[in-house]
Design a protein around this ligand. Structure first.
Ligand code: SAM
Length: 211
């Protein structure tokens, strides 16, 4: 359902407002973590939504955005005319191996049909020795339940949880370098399941094997 972005199309016009509800504390922590861990150079914002994070990261990196929902790609292009936004699924990215030095992918992997294929694609388009900054919703985040209702009981969310993301990365040869839990009130650095449950977003920075 979600590979072509159709599930998100029904929600595309509401997303920019919903995204803003995260608030500045969350956005600042997410962006600080990303700037701290992403290598200089080309960065792919994978699942770029309305383009907000791509635009803010563009001050420090050469950013390309990609998203599966045509309406959101249009919104991102209209809001940020100087930046490239492509229309494609994470499960079949239109870039050559090793195109990017880093990947930023915030609350997208829990939405794709096949998170393993998506993760392998993100790793493929990242150069050896590059870094992926990945974020998923906290395990207990109410948004997970809300989305089930918003999508009429047919939420396209696959349910990927923070600890599952870390295990999946390690299994795929991506080394976890750092992680950070983000709440509206500030950061959480303990890697316990309790903290991974209560945060709004759980971030990890993982590195691809060196050449
Ligand atoms: C919760 S939003 C996050 C957007 C943005 N990363 C942010 O944090 O503002 C999820 C995004 O994932 C995109 N998406 C869902 N499935 C996708 C897929 N298979 N490939 C690419 N993008 C996808 C949606 O279109 C939507 O923009």
């Amino acid at each position: 359902v979600n590979t072509d972005g159709s599930a998100w199309a029904t929600w595309a016009s509401a997303w920019p407002t919903r995204r803003e509800e995260r608030g500045e504390v969350v956005d600042d922590l997410v962006l600080r973590f990303a700037r701290q861990h992403l290598p200089q150079g080309r960065v792919l914002d994978a699942g770029s939504g309305d383009g907000t994070y791509a635009a803010r990261l563009a001050a420090a990196f050469t950013v390309t955005g990609v998203d599966a929902t045509p309406e959101l790609v249009d919104t991102a292009r209209r809001r940020h005319p100087g930046l490239p936004f492509d229309h494609a699924s994470l499960e079949a990215l239109p870039y050559r191996d090793g195109t990017f030095d880093g990947v930023f992918c915030l609350t997208v992997l829990e939405w794709v049909d096949d998170p393993l294929t998506a993760l392998r694609e993100l790793r493929r388009v990242t150069r050896p020795g590059g870094v992926l900054v990945l974020g998923v919703l906290g395990a207990g985040n109410g948004t997970r339940d809300l989305h089930v209702q918003r999508f009429g009981g047919r939420s396209p969310m696959n349910g990927l949880l923070p600890w599952e993301l870390e295990l999946l990365c390690e299994r795929e040869g991506l080394r976890v370098q750092a992680s950070l839990g983000v709440t509206r009130n500030g950061p959480v650095s303990e890697r316990t399941r309790a903290d991974m449950t209560r945060v709004m977003i759980w971030l990890v920075a993982v590195s691809t094997p060196a050449p």
